[in-house]
Ligand binder design. Structure first.
Ligand SMILES: Cc1cc2nc3c(=O)[nH]c(=O)nc-3n(C[C@H](O)[C@H](O)[C@H](O)COP(=O)(O)O)c2cc1C
Length: 453
């Protein structure tokens, strides 16, 4: 994916000409799904079904234990392709070894759930069985989602094996969730939810296996803020927070440590897994969090839709209906400009990307805002186009940068736009990254998920 340039960049243009309809990044991808023996395997038919519905070519291979937990017939039916089992490796009909054929076929591999046994086999280079031998033969990126009981997960040999896996090239660990396990325990070990696995696969399809944000800290603000007229009424906007959350997830997968300061969100909570979250409600609360987190950040993305005005004096009691009119027309003050505050306080080398939502002629407004704000990049997006704006799965707009750079971004899924914006930020001179191991998942990524469907 690249930023489209040329064409439609005339000043005063209402929005970039739609170059292509937004395509699903997973369409046409060959996805190999490897399933090992955890009870979380029962969730994989959902993933396989969603991948096929989105136009991916899907093949599944199961360990003998997985075969006892989830139906190969169901998986074959949902994938629209035969499901491979250990016995198939020994078929005299096969012209090539099945594990090599599968490994070479795949653009992307999903290993989910990863059991303690399959983890141990892989880390120690054992190739007994179809799944284990395919993993060793495979040169495509592998998305890995462990699942097991908390005590198993915390067992020293499993921790060691998991640590060792972090050093493998092309491995993308998917941070697991803390949650209810099939053993009735609440704790670490619950496999990442299907939606999260699909999002991570989509990121891999868009961006490949690149850890270009490793050792860097990114601070993202997103979602709306609310300013209360009284305890029952507030000034806010329809921002869902999806664009900023996807940007944070994209950066996490590219190796960054990501803090997200967010107002009340309306996104699937699964999309927040793995992020360091700082929930707020008002602009003042958001500002306090940003002030605290700004010094440690290498780059900041200010995607929040901050409400413009707030009450001069907060009311603790609910206004009677008949008093609403005067209260709506007086007693409000402008909210401080949070982006301007970030720019004024920024330490040397910190990069800041601002967002600007406009209707009508986006570009002239964006140019004026960019000149006024002093941030390094400004992404201006229309809120009155079908493939963009509040609540849309897509976005489009203009990216303004140093040296009069203005690039149109064609309509695309928000995750694709997120990767484009991260590419643009990473293309600016940033502070040298802190020393980081070659590959390490974000904060809770070291505590994989477990076993409950
Ligand atoms: C009902 C059931 C649930 C299981 N759940 C898990 C699990 O969540 N994680 C795990 O590592 N092992 C789990 N196991 C144990 C594995 O299936 C067992 O260790 C097996 O050797 C894994 O082999 P495989 O990696 O070849 O699939 C479970 C076993 C059973 C019978």
């Amino acid at each position: 994916m690249r930023i489209e340039s040329g064409g439609g960049t005339e000043p005063g243009g209402a929005a970039p000409a739609p170059l292509l309809p937004p395509a699903d990044p997973l369409a046409g991808q060959r996805v190999l799904v490897l399933i090992s023996g955890s009870i979380a395997a029962v969730k994989l038919p959902l993933v396989v079904s969603a991948l096929a519905a989105r136009g991916a070519e899907v093949r599944c291979a199961l360990t003998p234990s997985a075969e006892r937990l989830v139906s190969p017939v169901a998986l074959a039916s949902l994938a629209r392709r035969p499901c491979a089992l250990d016995d198939d490796q020994w078929s005299h009909q096969a012209a090539r070894p099945l594990h090599i054929e599968l490994a070479e076929w795949a653009d992307l591999v999903l290993l989910a759930p990863l059991s303690a046994t399959t983890l141990g086999r892989w880390v120690h280079g054992l190739a007994d069985g179809l799944v284990a031998s395919t993993l060793l033969a495979c040169e495509a990126p592998v998305l890995v989602a462990p699942a097991m009981n908390t005590a198993m997960w915390e067992a020293v040999p499993v921790r060691r094996n998991w640590q060792a896996l972090q050093t493998f090239e092309r491995v993308v660990p998917v941070a697991p969730a803390h949650g209810l396990l099939a053993c009735d325990r609440r704790g670490e070990g619950r496999m990442a939810e299907p939606e999260r696995l699909l999002l991570a696969l989509e990121s891999l399809a868009l961006h490949g296996w690149r850890r270009d944000w490793a050792g860097r800290r990114l601070l993202v603000s997103t979602g709306p803020t609310r300013e209360f007229l009284d305890p029952a009424r507030c000034l806010t906007n329809p921002s869902t927070g999806r664009m900023g959350v996807l940007l944070a997830q994209a950066a996490l997968q590219r190796g960054a440590t990501v803090d997200v300061v967010h107002g009340p969100l309306t996104v699937d909570p699964v999309l927040l897994e793995g992020l360091r979250r700082h929930p707020v409600v008002t602009a003042a609360e958001m500002e306090r969090q940003l002030v605290d987190l700004q010094p440690a950040a290498d780059a900041i993305v200010m995607a929040a839709a901050v409400a413009d005005h707030r009450r001069v004096e907060a009311r603790l009691d609910k206004l009677p209906k008949q008093d609403l009119q005067p209260a709506l027309s007086g007693g409000w003050e402008p909210v401080p400009d949070l982006l301007a505050g970030l720019v004024a306080r920024r330490p040397a080398g910190q990069r800041i990307l601002g967002f600007a939502a406009h209707s009508g002629d986006v570009l002239p407004q964006a140019r004026a805002k960019f000149a006024r704000k002093g941030c390094d990049l400004l992404f201006a997006n229309p809120i009155d186009q079908p493939a963009a704006g509040f609540g849309s799965p897509f976005n489009q707009g203009w990216l303004l940068g140093p040296g009069e750079r203005i690039e149109p971004i064609a309509p695309a899924p928000k995750l694709a736009v997120a990767h484009l914006l991260l590419d643009a930020l990473a293309g600016l001179p940033l502070r040298p990254p802190a020393a980081a191991p070659p590959h390490r998942p974000a904060a809770d990524g070291m505590h994989p998920a477990a076993a409950d469907p």
